[in-house]
Design a protein around this ligand. Structure first.
Ligand SMILES: [Fe+2]
Length: 169
């Protein structure tokens, strides 16, 4: 077996890879949830939301690949099964078909969760001067934060927010 000698200790590599597994699982789960809502959304905003959800899952598809390949670059097997993703993700699956408004709130919460998971990996990467992981993760955070803002904007000034939804907790 070839040794990895990129100036990051084995302990740090394993810790960062572990954090990336959580980020990958969150991103993949959010990808699936966004695709699910793309398929099942109904109502007056159908076309707008159907197309916006497509934009979001299309952005997520290459992102999960990047994250998995960074885990591999650090010398660790990447999770790639539904059971592994279910174990690692912080995003709760939704039963049934929520309303269009609920879908937006659920996805808003999902993007926020990804950001929080990313923040933990970022700290681990920065601690070990792993600039490559830090850069990748920070790019992901910026995109998810922006998407969360857009999803909040769609919800307008409604009193209902993602933290108040039981199924999005
Ligand atoms: Fe489609």
């Amino acid at each position: 077996m070839c040794n990895i000698d990129i100036g990051i200790s084995e302990t740090a590599r394993l810790e960062i890879a572990e954090g990336l597994k959580h980020l990958l699982a969150d991103s993949y789960t959010l990808y699936l949830q966004t695709h699910n809502f793309h398929w099942n959304v109904t109502g007056p905003q159908f076309r707008e939301l159907h197309l916006m959800f497509e934009e979001h899952y299309t952005e997520l598809a290459p992102a999960v690949d990047e994250l998995a390949e960074r885990i591999r670059t650090l010398g660790v097997p990447a999770p790639g099964t539904y059971s592994a993703f279910a174990e690692y993700t912080s995003i709760t699956e939704v039963e049934g078909v929520p309303s269009a408004f609920e879908m937006v709130a659920i996805l808003n919460s999902g993007h926020e969760k990804v950001v929080k998971t990313a923040r933990k990996v970022l700290a681990a990467a920065q601690e070990s001067d792993d600039e490559s992981t830090a850069s990748l993760v920070s790019d992901r955070m910026r995109i998810h934060e922006k998407t969360a803002w857009m999803l909040r904007a769609i919800q307008g000034d409604s009193k209902l927010d993602s933290s108040g939804l039981e199924f999005a907790a």
